[in-house]
Design a protein around this ligand. Structure first.
Ligand SMILES: Nc1ncnc2c1ncn2[C@@H]1O[C@H](COP(=O)(O)OP(=O)(O)O)[C@@H](O)[C@H]1O
Ligand SMILES: [Mg+2]
Length: 252
């Protein structure tokens, strides 16, 4: 079943001589439970495509159904609620609120969904523990490493049990150990049934993906289906257990 259906998506910025055509008619579907990577060079339009697929932006033309919902048919208010209840986001720069603790960052969207404070607090604590940060509830983002901040942002994205998680270059600001940990967490969520759409330009981080979609200059040029081993040079994903052991029992 397609949880995302995108047809002939275009996105153009500006007008007249300053017009930039960033997406030039993209057809893309995502299956329920799939882990999809969108790969491509800087400037290819990956983030712009992800914003269309995740209802953070609206296409200039084309159709997008997310979980059966026609995004173009929603008012701004309805769109905010749709995102809040249905989708989770992970960004390259973590996008945590600096004045709030790690726990409060996770609690906030739960409170916005009308969940009571005590349940939200407990859910935040449990979710922080599940990403290997059981003792960081009261730390401000500035008191956490980049890798830890990204794990908080993953906790924030998943705490409300969204139907789809979107990640835009989630490892780009991280060292390779922290990057591995983040990818292992996403892979674990995927094994538990989570649908994930991730933008990356790092091929090694697509090892757990079911499908890799290549974007060049606003067009899809190639798709690799990993589930059927159609790619001859595809190397199976490394065991993630090592990474899990590493973040569950960090060296320090
Ligand atoms: N709001 C915008 N206004 C004008 N141009 C934009 C805007 N957003 C993105 N672009 C342009 O679209 C192109 C693709 O951007 P982006 O989707 O961020 O690429 P990627 O994520 O693949 O690096 C870039 O040339 C960028 O300058
Ligand atoms: Mg980008």
């Amino acid at each position: 079943m397609h949880i995302i259906q995108g047809q002939a998506i275009t996105r153009t910025f500006g007008t007249g001589a300053l017009t930039t055509r960033v997406l030039k008619g993209v057809d893309i579907n995502v299956n329920q439970g799939e882990f999809v990577a969108i790969m491509g060079k800087s400037g290819a339009g990956k983030s712009t495509l992800l914003y269309q697929l995740s209802a953070l932006d609206r296409p200039s033309s084309g159709n997008i159904l997310i979980d059966g919902q026609d995004i173009l048919a929603l008012s701004e208010t309805a769109l905010v609620n749709f995102r809040l209840y249905t989708l989770g986001y992970i960004f390259q720069d973590y996008a945590l609120i600096p004045e709030l603790t790690a726990g409060e960052n996770v609690v906030l969207p739960l409170l916005m969904r009308g969940i009571d404070w005590e349940s939200a607090r407990q859910t935040a604590q449990t979710t922080l523990s599940s990403v290997g940060l059981p003792d960081k509830y009261n730390n401000l983002p500035s008191q956490l490493s980049g890798g830890e901040q990204q794990r908080v942002s993953i906790a924030r994205a998943v705490a409300g049990k969204p139907k789809i998680i979107f990640a835009d270059e989630p490892t780009a600001n991280l060292d390779s150990v922290s990057g591995d940990t983040v990818i292992s967490l996403l892979a674990q969520l995927h094994r538990e049934g989570q649908t994930i759409v991730m933008v990356t330009h790092e091929p090694e981080y697509t090892a757990h993906c079911d499908r890799v979609i290549y974007l060049e200059d606003g067009c899809i040029t190639r798709t690799e289906d990993r589930t059927y081993n159609q790619v001859k040079d595809f190397k199976p994903a490394p065991a993630v257990s090592d990474n899990f052991a590493r973040y569950q029992n960090p060296p320090n």
